[in-house]
Write a protein that binds this ligand. Structure first.
Ligand SMILES: CC(=O)SCCNC(=O)CCNC(=O)[C@H](O)C(C)(C)COP(=O)(O)OP(=O)(O)OC[C@H]1O[C@@H](n2cnc3c(N)ncnc32)[C@H](O)[C@@H]1OP(=O)(O)O
Ligand SMILES: CC(C)C(=O)C(=O)O
Length: 395
């Protein structure tokens, strides 16, 4: 057996650094209807690189000739982020992944096998001992092709902890330097998932030789909560996708993970290198390419994430934005926050909006009269446009 390729244990192994691993182009693409061609993948990868994402999982190279080409194109062109391809614990998958990644500045082979009793018995139809053997063999093969190898225990959220301790210890010995513990079907609760990560780190004798990673699905709406709970217990890589795209109900949303970490440094003792100003443009690009609309009330990237229609909120924000905004719209790539006039709006926002249109009221009676007319109109009309306001004032 050839010597394992040398792995640089520098930047990624820092205790304070949270590695951001984006899998929009792989797990995100697994959403029915979200397939992307290679040029589309490259366009998104370029945007992720601008955002300073650490690792981009570009696809599953063995899946199709098109996906091989896409992983290769991304690997050949993106130089600042590590480019990764997924592969089963199957020699052919790993070799094809290695081939697609040949041109990468920094490449990673990500190999996985299921470890839950349910998946091993019914899907893989393998004995647990054979699963361990296959995992070790695959990691060794991958390490002969690529210095940076990640191993995932698929369906870790329903796997036995003792069994995971055993397999993970062996794959670390075989050369895996990132150990991913996916909650593949979004079954775990935050405390339970965080405890699994903590137990694995504490119990596995060679756990200090690897970064522990989380990959959470959103079947119960807990993907982000589970990921963040695990970060508090020692996880140092989060796998996530733009807009939370992904299988079934999706993956943890990158934008929510990043902004939670940045907004609550009192909770999270980790650093992320992401340039958050690229979040909204990236979200809009992914939405345009996949055709998956972003719901208006989606955190960070939804149209209403920084919009206010209620008078009490508008008044507070006009006096001090922090009254109702915990982040700055500009910091995540919006041009500004937004005041929307509607039936819930108050006098202060109304007056301020009209001032923006060049209209000043001579006295409070004039303002009162215009405001009463505006409320009547707002009861009848869903969207109040500036033209509506101007004609109302003229009248
Ligand atoms: C949780 C996740 O997101 S896992 C990633 C899921 N993503 C995908 O599946 C997308 C890409 N997949 C594909 O293109 C295809 O499924 C391929 C190319 C990987 C395999 O295709 P096929 O050879 O036709 O197999 P098929 O998909 O029907 O079945 C999967 C086979 O892989 C086996 N398998 C599944 N996972 C693994 C694994 N991690 N390691 C080894 N074998 C595995 C299954 O047991 C099954 O084996 P069998 O054919 O002996 O019953
Ligand atoms: C293969 C792994 C990383 C995965 O996507 C999952 O388990 O959800």
């Amino acid at each position: 057996m050839a010597h394992l390729l040398e792995f640089e244990e520098t930047e990624y192994m820092s205790k304070d650094k949270l590695v951001i691993f984006d899998t929009t182009l792989r797990d995100g693409e697994q959403s029915p209807g979200a397939s992307m061609d290679k040029e589309e993948k490259l366009e998104i990868a370029q945007q992720l690189e601008k955002m300073k994402v650490d690792v981009i999982e570009a696809g599953f190279a063995v899946a199709s000739p098109g996906d091989f080409d896409a992983v290769k194109l991304v690997a050949d062109n993106i130089k600042d982020s590590t480019i990764c391809s997924l592969s089963r614990a199957v020699d052919k998958d790993i070799e094809v992944a290695g081939e697609a990644l040949k041109g990468a500045n920094s490449g990673r082979i990500h190999t996985f096998i299921a470890t839950s009793p349910l998946h091993m018995k019914h899907k893989l139809q393998m004995e647990p001992s054979a699963v361990i053997e296959q995992a070790v063999k695959s990691v060794r093969l991958a390490r002969n092709l690529c210095a940076d190898v990640e191993f995932s225990c698929e369906d870790a959220g329903r796997s036995d902890l003792d069994f995971m301790c055993e397999i993970v210890e062996k794959v670390i010995d075989a050369g895996a330097r990132t150990i991913n513990i996916p909650d593949t079907v979004g079954y775990n609760m935050p405390e339970q998932y965080a405890n699994t990560i903590q137990q694995l780190i504490e119990r596995i004798p060679n756990s200090d030789k690897a970064i522990f990673s989380v990959h959470c699905h959103n079947d119960l709406g807990l993907a982000v909560a589970n990921s963040l709970a695990a970060v508090q217990k020692g996880a140092r890589q989060v796998e996530c996708t733009i807009n939370g795209l992904g299988e079934r109900a999706g993956n943890a949303a990158l934008e929510e993970i990043i902004m939670a970490i940045k907004t609550r440094p009192d909770f999270f003792d980790v650093e992320v290198d992401i340039d958050t100003r690229h979040i909204v443009p990236t979200s809009q690009l992914v939405s345009k390419i996949t055709g998956f609309a972003v719901q208006p009330n989606k955190a960070i990237v939804g149209d209403n994430a920084f919009a206010h229609e209620s008078g009490i909120h508008q008044d507070g924000v006009l006096k001090n934005r922090e009254t109702y905004e915990i982040m700055r719209a500009e910091d995540v790539g919006w041009a500004n926050n937004r005041m929307v006039l509607g039936k819930h709006s108050g006098r202060n926002a109304f007056k301020s909006h009209l001032a923006g249109l060049g209209i000043q009221f001579e006295n409070s009676d004039e303002l009162k009269e215009a405001f009463v007319a505006f409320k009547k109109l707002a009861d009848q009309k869903h969207d109040i446009l500036d033209e509506d306001l101007l004609s109302l004032i003229k009248r």
